[in-house]
Design a protein around this ligand. Structure first.
Ligand SMILES: [Zn+2]
Length: 487
């Protein structure tokens, strides 16, 4: 490989601006040429990057190294791009596999010894990158813990960063959003997307699982789900606190956790592992009593997608080692997001229908367990501000109160938890309401377990409109929500 491009960002004033750093190796005198950078910064960058790469024990390319920062009219100040430039050079030179760099951005200043130093204004830079579609940032370890709302690789040196990138289990640090860090994100920032917002509300009210399909702001929606869910009750808070006590982080506050593992994470990172004599909770347990969000869901390994069925059915995960077994709670709301096709090309997409079908079929093992599907569209800035989270949270709380009243004296708290046997007896719908899903079942268009899920969803729709019983209209709307059609 003689070419590599990586993402980074610069901070100008109080706002971040994404940039692309390109590196090309071509025959010619050995040396480093930088274009698109002001002369005053060029010399400093060149010295730091070259010294850091050599002092970290990597070879310097034999060819002429050309580095370009795009857009080229971006005034660049400071040293935030050092790490991105070094990573791009190492990738072009073959020391890092290019596929490890997708959807990842690099920020940080290099010391001559290869250390990675903290930079100022990092949260602004990260926010601009998330808006541009970046899903993971590699940042100086000293900046971890700031208000950064995406998957993070923290590193203290270039060597450590390269090792993490090349390892099969990148130590994607937090994945879970600590609610004590900063105010909750609000749905007002998310104009348009009515179908997806409605689906989010229904799922919050009933504890249902959700699949978002489209090229839209899925991460923004996922991050706003904890803000409309009820606060953790004492029992859930105690469980969450115990789970987090097994990690380096502590859980503070009562907002439900959101855990967002990356698709490059290993199955061990998702389900938990036994390492150095200790059981480490995986993403499924870090999401307990909250939300597990898988963006680009079809990209996750089959072992992960299939393995999720166990915690989805049992609400727990069993970790085994030679020292014995250990059971951790893992009852979460699953939120999957996917592009409609493998290329994510939007309007430029040329995927054939068969390719699109095959892509979505990768989720088939989970599809039966997901009650609601919704289209998600790119943000429409002309749509005006969205309804605030507080108004949605009020409706969710009112619906949950009705559910709790009905389920009083049972072990279940949400409609999603009502067992099938109870839906056939104590919570049986009248024949007119049962007819739409049951005729689908008879026609073979619905599995028995999907029918159960439609009934649970119909109860939630009834609770949301403060009705005593689901009607035929509720079961029909439940079917449409399941199919991803407007309800
Ligand atoms: Zn496509």
């Amino acid at each position: 490989m003689t070419f590599a491009a990586v993402s980074s960002a610069v901070v100008i004033g109080l706002s971040g601006h994404p940039v692309r750093v390109e590196v090309s190796l071509s025959p010619g005198p050995r040396g480093l040429h930088l274009t698109g950078l002001p002369d005053t910064t060029t010399a400093g960058v060149r010295d730091r990057v070259r010294a850091a790469i050599l002092n970290s024990g990597y070879d310097w390319p034999q060819e002429e190294v050309t580095v370009a920062v795009l857009p080229s009219d971006m005034p660049v100040y400071g040293s935030t791009l050092d790490v991105a430039i070094a990573v791009a050079i190492l990738a072009a030179h073959g020391a890092i596999s290019l596929e490890r760099l997708t959807h990842t951005a690099f920020l940080g200043e290099l010391g001559l010894d290869g250390s990675i130093r903290q930079v100022r204004g990092l949260p602004c830079a990260v926010r601009s990158l998330i808006t541009s579609g970046i899903r993971r940032v590699a940042i100086p370890l000293g900046n971890v813990g700031q208000d950064i709302r995406c998957a993070v690789i923290g590193a203290t040196s270039l060597t450590e960063l390269v090792e993490q990138l090349n390892s099969d289990a990148p130590s994607t640090v937090p994945t879970a959003l600590d609610p004590a860090q900063g105010a909750p994100l609000d749905l007002t920032d998310l104009p348009g997307n009515h179908a997806a917002r409605h689906a989010l509300e229904v799922c919050a009210a009933g504890g249902h699982h959700l699949l978002l399909i489209g090229d839209g702001p899925a991460t923004m929606l996922a991050e706003r789900l904890p803000g409309i869910l009820p606060a953790l009750d004492d029992a859930s808070l105690a469980e969450v606190t115990k789970i987090y006590a097994l990690t380096e982080s502590r859980w503070r506050g009562r907002r439900p956790p959101l855990c967002e593992p990356h698709y490059t994470n290993t199955a061990a990172a998702i389900f938990g592992r036994h390492t150095a004599g200790q059981f480490r909770p995986g993403a499924v347990s870090l999401a307990h009593a909250g939300v597990l969000f898988l963006d680009q869901a079809p990209e996750y390994p089959r072992s992960v997608l299939d393995g999720l069925r166990i915690p989805l059915e049992t609400g727990e995960i069993v970790l085994a080692s030679w020292q014995g077994t250990f059971i951790l709670p893992a009852r979460f709301q699953l939120l999957l997001a996917t592009s409609p096709c493998p290329c994510s090309g939007g309007n430029a997409c040329q995927c054939r229908p068969v390719e699109r079908r095959r892509y979505l079929q990768r989720l088939s093992s989970l599809r039966d367990g997901i009650e609601v599907a919704a289209p998600i569209d790119p943000i429409d800035r002309n749509a005006g501000p969205g309804e605030p989270s507080s108004a949605v949270a009020d409706r969710v709380a009112a619906a949950r109160d009705r559910t709790a009243h009905r389920l009083a004296g049972t072990p279940w708290r949400t409609n999603a938890q009502i067992p099938a046997s109870e839906l056939r007896t104590r919570y049986r719908l009248d024949p007119d309401a049962l007819d739409p899903p049951e005729s689908r079942l008879r026609a073979g268009a619905l599995t028995p377990s999907a029918l159960t899920r439609m009934l649970r969803l119909a109860w939630t729709l009834a609770d949301l409109r403060a009705a005593h019983h689901p009607t035929r209209d509720d079961t029909q709307r439940a079917l449409r929500l399941w199919q991803g059609k407007p309800a």
